[in-house]
Design a binder for this molecule. Structure first.
Ligand SMILES: Nc1ncnc2c1ncn2[C@@H]1O[C@H](COP(=O)(O)OP(=O)(O)OP(=O)(O)O)[C@@H](O)[C@H]1O
Length: 225
């Protein structure tokens, strides 16, 4: 029997500016994880998704994150500019890649949605200056994020709504667990879009305790069912 046709990006209720960015990237249809995850994330569902490397996980969380932020700005009550999305990644290189992908997807709404990478090579004074502008989305490693929170150059309490833990297996294997625990006690009312890796379940158990996961994806492993 033929596979059912994938749900196209154009049927996901996305902002036209996001659709245009997707078109510019040459993506004619969502990958499997994008097709499954984006509609659920847009509904605000808690998700745990798993996908192979190179399967488009970044856009699977970035597209709903941008859509939710755009929708909020367009329809919600006018509120102070603040950091509402946080993407945690295990390395500076992954931070660069994630920021680049999010910025490409936000290419047509760059005035509405600003994305900052606090793990970029710039000195911390430049990073503090960027954070003072209160970008909508901040990308970084847990230690760098925690550092800015401790210095009060980054404020998440009361504003953070969307959280991504990307490559969570690597984050835990790199020993960021304590930083992550410290971080997650700070905000009280966020929704999270989280990515977990293939072999570690510690992050999942811990995430479940948070009771605020709405997106989690990782690569398949032998214990996946
Ligand atoms: N719907 C799509 N159609 C075509 N290409 C896509 C689509 N979504 C993402 N890509 C491309 O697939 C490549 C891999 O995407 P991405 O880095 O997000 O995957 P990933 O699953 O996060 O990989 P990794 O596990 O290595 O981080 C990128 O070059 C991206 O531009």
């Amino acid at each position: 029997m033929a596979e059912p046709e994938a749900l196209g990006f154009e049927h996901m209720g996305l902002d036209p500016r996001l659709l245009q960015a997707v078109t510019d990237l040459g993506w004619s249809r969502p990958t499997l994880i994008q097709e499954k995850a984006i509609p659920l994330a847009l509904e605000g569902k808690d998700l745990l998704a798993r996908a192979r490397t190179g399967s488009g996980k970044t856009a699977a969380y970035a597209i709903p994150m941008l859509q939710l932020l755009l929708h909020r700005k367009a329809t919600g009550p006018a509120v102070e500019q603040a950091v509402r999305g946080l993407v945690l990644v295990p390395t500076k290189e992954l931070a660069r890649q994630a920021q680049s992908m999010i910025q490409q997807l936000a290419a047509y709404c760059a005035r509405d949605i600003r994305v900052a990478n606090v793990s970029a090579a710039e000195d911390s004074a430049s990073q503090r200056a960027v954070l003072m502008e209160k970008p909508d989305v901040v990308v970084g490693t847990p230690s760098r994020i925690l550092n800015h929170l401790q210095q009060d150059s980054l404020k998440l309490r009361d504003s953070l709504e969307l959280l991504v833990v990307d490559e969570a297996d690597l984050l835990f294997s790199f020993g960021f667990e304590e930083e992550l625990k410290s971080l997650f006690w700070l905000p009280s009312n966020y929704r999270s879009l989280s990515c977990q890796g293939q072999s570690s379940y510690s992050s999942f158990r811990w995430s479940v305790r948070l009771r605020k996961i709405n997106f989690c994806c990782c690569m398949p492993c032998s214990s996946c069912h």
